[in-house]
Ligand binder design. Sequence first.
Ligand code: 3HC
Length: 699
Amino acid sequence: MTMIDSSPSQNSGAAGEPSAVRLETDGDLAFIVIDNPPVNASSVAVRSGLLDAIEGMSADPNIKAGIIIGAGSTFVAGSDIKEFGRALPPPELPTVLAAIEACPKPIAAAIHGAALGGGLELALACDARIALADAIVGLPEVTLGMIPGAGGTQRLPRLTGIAKALDLVTSGRRIGAREAAKLGIIDHVVEGTSLRDGAAEFVRALSGKRVVAELSVPYEPEETIAAAEQNALKSGRGREAVAEAVKAVKNAAVLPVREALAEERATFQRLRNSEEAAALRYNFFAERQAGKLDGSAKARAVKTVGVVGAGTMGAGIAAVCAAASLDVILVDASAASLEAGKGRVTAALTDLHRVGKLKAASAEEAAGHVAYANDIAALAGVDLIIEAVFEDMQVKTGVLQRLATTVRADAVIATNTSYLDLDQLAEATNRPQDVIGLHFFAPVHRMRLLEVVRGAKSDPAALATGVWLAKTIGKLPIIAGVCEGFIGNRIYAKYRAQCEFMLEEGALPRELDTAMEDLGFSMGPFAVSDLSGLDIAWAMRKRKAATRDPRERYVGIADQICEMGRLGRKTGAGWYDYSAGSGRGAVDPVVTELVQAESRKQGRPQKAFAKAEMQGRVLGTILNEAALLLAEGIARSAAEIDLVLVNGFGFSKFRGGPIFQASRKTPAEVDAMVEAAAQATGFGFRRGDVASLIAGVGN
Ligand code: 3HC
């Protein structure tokens, strides 16, 4: 095989740097190898390298056909998303695809790993697609706030039909090579030989060009298309990218292909520059950083997980581990608790099966990964233990001490505490190096966030094990340091308190909830309290009452609501009235009266709040606490704090996160918001360096 560097002109960087694309010849075939680690994203260097290579193989009379293939672990993961925040440097991808189609010799794509977004569009512009069985393909652009921009909406329906293309383009779903072959996207799945050899054999047998853009769209009954459209619009309700994707795919059946391609490109360019796309890109890169640890520590090997406490959290944790096919031993002292825990595990696994998140074929099969025991002694051989017993220092200390002397010396011991001092708990075990926090959010099988808490003495390998577990069970790990409430609950406590201050100044629960929902939270704080129950926070306030500084502003309205027996949805009433059954809950005049009476009693000036003012006070509060968390080293970056609020507290990912939102405002606007939060809080407000926090968002 001969290797020719195909990309001297524009694509190589400094002299001696490897090219992003090289041309290798094998007899009468040209292999166009894309080599742009880590994922062969189609950057400007790749695009210009491809153009040069296509020109090179076209001009070589000995070459009959070409095969585009990826070096390393994947074909092409898509366009280089890093280029999307500014004007795209030429040549743009459609120019490359046009060159493939115009080349008189057939060119095939040989796919391993992933062909996503622009990667699949590159393959669709080829005359044939060959893939390894474990390759995946998809058009995930809508998940980045855009539509495909290089022909995906026009070439895909010519292979699959409009209805299937609507499903794939509007969901961004990734599918395996075999499913793609059934749909006509992949022409041949290689088995029993290497991708190169399989592709070479297939291409040598090709009779000539097959330009997908020139095919006609297969006929489908109108009702089939209408049903697919309805489905797409329903799941992507309110999302411009989805509505535009539907329009673009449907264009394939009615517009001349070149016109439809131009329209697709124009929509892609407009959406690429939208706020939603910027927010989703920010999230995409933040998520990639989130699971990375400083240093080279490797996770300890884990095959069996022990969970102590079969309550809501413990059973949920056991279920998500079993869903990922990890063996679990769930321990609880009482037979009745174990029996109830088993019911919770089954319910969670059934739900996970319903949404397609089980590794096993059925909930029963996954449930087979969980064994039950009534004594901690059963955990002597496990690799990782997560205690999820009652949130009380004495109770947790007792359990952890027992665990420390029971489990193997190389086992990792994790606590699911939400508020207790992890370092104090770790010291009590006499093996603090093995102790980390794994702070799950309820309901465990639904919530993606997992705060992996680093104690002062946690061994980096123990921490790496926590991150490994999070990824294995499909959670998003966010590393947090030790403080009360870690990242999420600490911010949330301040946010809630700020909302309660506003209650005392004339705002009502529904007004505040609506303002917070418009800001980006899926539910306002009072609706959330009703859903999760008011009693846990009430108990915590009572515990802290004795040590609370009397100069701190404290709003007693929530306590009075609890004293009335209104503990949220589970009691039929809380901040709202749920007597009419399920649903949002009705504004209750009893609560309105209580709020107003308490406000009068405090003698605070009353006013009608504008929505922007409520939002500004909350945003100022969140930003300030986030800045403190960053400065204290509890959180590692602004983007990770946004990920916590998006994945654990229901802030819309389409808006990036509160800090991302603040980064779109002027420094004067941000200062005013923080100042308003500070004024309202009064005594005890510590100011954080919000400007540095926002600078970290990196716009
Ligand atoms: N552009 C730029 N960088 C990318 C990238 C892309 N499309 N896809 C992945 N990367 C980077 C990641 O940021 C990460 O970088 P880092 O190591 O510096 O942090 C590195 O590649 C590895 O990524 P992952 O950690 O995600 O690796 P995995 O092996 O877990 O997953 C993957 C690989 C499945 C390819 C996953 O990265 C992925 O889903 N990528 C995004 C694919 C995508 O959305 N493509 C569509 C782009 S939009 C487009 O193509 C527009 C077109 O229509 C014109």
